[in-house]
Ligand binder design. Structure first.
Ligand code: CA
Length: 223
């Protein structure tokens, strides 16, 4: 899962990025509305944390521009405490949720998890497909009840595929959703990652769709 943080306060931006990376997401950052708007229009984010009070272009205008351009990724806005009008304007502009400043990082993380799983059509933070269970809250994976140790890249890959179950996901899409923009991306490495992940899982979860990419089928996972 790849996220974008748009926040002009350098400390808050850094804290958000660190916490999100620590939770296993690839994260890009922007420090003003112009840069943020551009990234949101050109890069495929799974969710965005957007401050409302931003230099150059304010957060509500950024969000309106994204929605006008047909961008549907979930957006969590950060509002100043007691500015209820910001929340109303933000939600009217297409925000999916909000957190008021000052916030607890855990709340931001929980709200993002909820937005991401709602997009994937899941009601709880655990996704279970066949014998494989992925707990997005704890960042844990188990197979037939046995905990499985994955690297952060393997976890991201599995999480992305399981959040997009039943859909064929191409290698280039995986690359775009697994790495931040500073990463040296190479879609050939995806094959290597998938191979390693399959061996670790030891179950038939990730199907190769020749010429198109990969698919996790919700009902066909076999032990
Ligand atoms: Ca601000």
């Amino acid at each position: 899962m790849r996220l974008l943080v748009v926040e002009d306060d350098r400390d808050i931006n850094r804290q958000l990025v660190a916490a999100l990376q620590g939770a296993g997401y690839a994260v890009d950052r922007a420090f003003d509305g112009e840069e943020g708007q551009f990234l949101g229009e050109t890069e495929p984010y799974d969710a965005v944390v957007l401050d409302i009070g931003l230099p150059k272009v304010d957060g509500v205008s950024v969000l309106e521009a994204w929605r006008r351009a047909g961008k549907t990724m979930p957006v969590l806005i950060l509002t100043a405490r007691d500015r209820w009008s910001d929340k109303v304007r933000g939600i009217d502009a297409g925000a999916d949720d909000y957190v008021a400043k000052p916030f607890h990082m855990e709340e931001v993380l929980a709200r993002l998890r909820a937005l991401l799983r709602r997009v994937a059509g899941h009601a709880t933070s655990e996704i279970v497909i066949g014998p494989v269970a992925l707990d997005a809250r704890g960042g844990r994976v188990s197979v037939s009840g046995e905990p499985l140790k994955l690297t952060s890249h393997e976890y991201r890959l599995l999480s992305y595929l399981m959040h997009n179950a039943e859909r064929v996901v191409s290698r280039s899409e995986i690359v775009e959703h697994l790495y931040d923009q500073d990463f040296d991306r190479d879609s050939n490495t995806i094959e290597v990652f998938v191979g390693r992940l399959r061996r670790k899982l030891g179950v038939d979860l990730i199907e190769t769709v020749r010429g198109l990419g990969y698919r996790v089928a919700a009902k066909t996972a076999k032990t």
